[in-house]
Design a protein around this ligand. Structure first.
Ligand code: C2O
Ligand code: CU
Length: 534
């Protein structure tokens, strides 16, 4: 299914959106940006439309439906989205903000012609509110999700998750953001003085396969769906006017399959920045990095200073190219099989420009607050005398993905193992495939990373602590990228306030792998036998 480009093969440049055909009187004072592909202002959380931020604390009714939105310039695009009406205003895929400990009350109405759900990605929920494929909402039907958000502050998200239709529905648009805050976060915000929505901005990045009529294209049962266009906050060719000072960005990759390697390039060179948080909230301390790996579903909370960038200059958020494999023969960008399905797409691992920051003068009164050496009281993993459960990711001769020789599509939803509530386990995940990284996601529980064995050189080079861990491994995660040949160990704490049998999923967040059954159901109960240590 996956193969490497021949060594030294060149990666085609990212397609550029056509310039809008409008006549303009030249403004001689305006800086000339030669052929900039970045012509649309970035959408940021506002009051209406895509990504509008809804008022806190009220029950919400979200209707899953199709609607037309200007995304790519030119004709509008039919987008499947979660639609709500708030005081006569229509919002689409709204950003929900909530405090830790507060209730979330969302009723989904399905106005599509096929089943859908809302999965609360990263949240510690019970089965009934998890929105997995175990509880699809049929066309014309409703489901109410009521839960208390117990997670640490951070950026989470919600998306459709019906069995075998997740890739299609997310590619078509069914995804939104959920921002959680808590006391530690609010203290940090006060110190950093970076107001949300102004100097603290989410960047929801996804690639879409788009035809020349601006339609998002998806075919039945594809492999690894990658796109020829990039949306950041539902904006193609996005730019953001910023000042030459400090910003906080909440990066999230909502692509179907593409792993990004984001870096902030100034004059072609990476601007160092600080990683301060991951999927499950703040790291203990900031880490200075040049770039990151952001697999589908992963988040990165970063602080970027444009202070050294001159007024009138640009910084381009770029996904750098990367080598995913150890083996010489396998090096180079990953080429989805049948690139013909993805005309104009850059192969996975190829370089792509995502958006532009246009730098303006800083307010002379603004002096950025210094970075605190300690960001939060980071929860420590419980790893003493902890049993180990092993998982092996593999591909069979028919091209079917498996986890421990199990394929949900072929074999069903039955829970494959049961974990005793209140216990801790180490899960060891081994990617037995030589050619393909898998972003492995676990529902219902955030986890710590304990170790990674081998990694491609690019990844190994970022180890900062024993065990091969890089800065991104030092936070709480709900999705971990397991590189070809790699073995990772993660620690999970199965304490939760729920009762009875609760079923969750462990699956690949490459949505085409997920839809093809690279997913296992497990249950958490009070009376499961405790996994023996050893
Ligand atoms: Cu974000 Cu099971 O998914
Ligand atoms: Cu996978």
């Amino acid at each position: 299914r996956w193969f490497a480009a021949p060594s030294g093969a060149s990666v085609p440049p990212a397609p550029r959106p056509p310039a809008p055909a409008t006549e303009v009187t030249p403004d001689l004072k305006a800086p000339v940006v030669a052929d900039s592909p970045f012509t649309q202002p970035l959408r940021i959380p506002g009051r209406e439309g895509l990504m509008a931020q809804t008022p806190r604390g009220s029950a919400l009714r979200l209707v899953a439906k199709e609607g037309a939105f200007p995304l790519f310039g030119g004709p509008e695009t039919a987008l499947w989205h979660y639609n709500a009406r708030i005081d006569e205003t229509i919002v689409a895929n709204p950003l929900l903000a909530i405090g830790r400990g507060e209730p979330l009350d969302v009723t989904l109405e399905n106005a599509l012609a096929e089943p859908t759900t809302i999965h609360w990605h990263g949240l510690a929920v019970d089965e009934a509110n998890d929105g997995s494929g175990l509880h699809p909402v049929a066309p014309g039907k409703k489901r109410r999700y009521t839960l208390r958000v117990e997670n640490r502050a951070g950026l989470y998200w919600y998306h459709a998750h019906p069995h075998q239709l997740t890739g299609k529905q997310i590619q078509r648009g069914l995804a939104g953001l959920l921002l959680v805050d808590d006391e530690e976060e609010l203290t940090l915000r006060k110190r950093l003085r970076l107001p949300w929505g102004e100097r603290d901005i989410p960047l929801m990045i996804s690639d879409k396969q788009v035809n020349d009529r601006n339609e998002i294209v998806y075919k039945d049962n594809p492999d690894d769906w990658i796109g020829n266009r990039v949306l950041v906050n539902w904006t193609a060719g996005a730019y953001l006017d910023v000042k030459s000072t400090l910003y906080r960005f909440r990066l999230i990759n909502t692509s179907n399959a593409r792993v990004f390697r984001p870096a902030f390039l100034h004059r072609g060179r990476p601007l160092a920045f600080h990683l301060i948080g991951t999927d499950g909230g703040l790291l203990e301390k900031p880490w200075r990095v040049d770039d990151l790996f952001l697999a589908p579903a992963q988040r990165a909370d970063v602080l970027v200073s444009f202070a050294e960038v001159g007024e009138g200059e640009s910084v381009i958020l770029t996904s750098l190219d990367y080598v995913a494999m150890e083996n010489e023969d396998d090096s180079g960008p990953l080429q989805p099989h049948l690139m013909a399905d993805h005309p104009g797409a850059v192969p996975m691992g190829g370089r792509m420009e995502l958006m532009e920051f246009r730098i303006g003068a800083a307010d002379p009164k603004d002096s950025p607050a210094p970075l605190p050496p300690k960001l939060c009281n980071f929860p420590k993993p419980a790893v003493e005398v902890t049993p180990v459960r092993k998982f092996r990711l593999s591909l069979d001769a028919e091209g079917v993905w498996h986890i421990n020789d199990w394929n949900m599509h072929a074999s069903g939803h039955d829970a494959q193992f049961v974990v005793r509530r209140g216990t801790c386990e180490i899960w060891e995940i081994h990617n037995a495939m030589a050619s393909m990284p898998h972003p492995i996601h676990i529902h219902g529980f955030q986890f710590h990373v304990l170790s990674r064995t081998i990694s491609p050189p690019d990844i190994r080079a970022r180890a900062v602590v024993p065990g091969g861990l890089g800065p991104q491994d030092l936070g709480l995660l709900d999705t971990i990228l397991v590189w070809p040949g790699e073995t990772v160990r993660i620690a999970l704490d199965f304490s939760q306030p729920f009762k009875g049998r609760q079923r969750y999923m462990l699956h690949c967040h490459n949505l085409e792998h997920e839809d093809m059954g690279m997913m296992v159901t497990f249950a958490v109960t009070d009376d499961a036998p405790v996994l023996p240590v050893g």
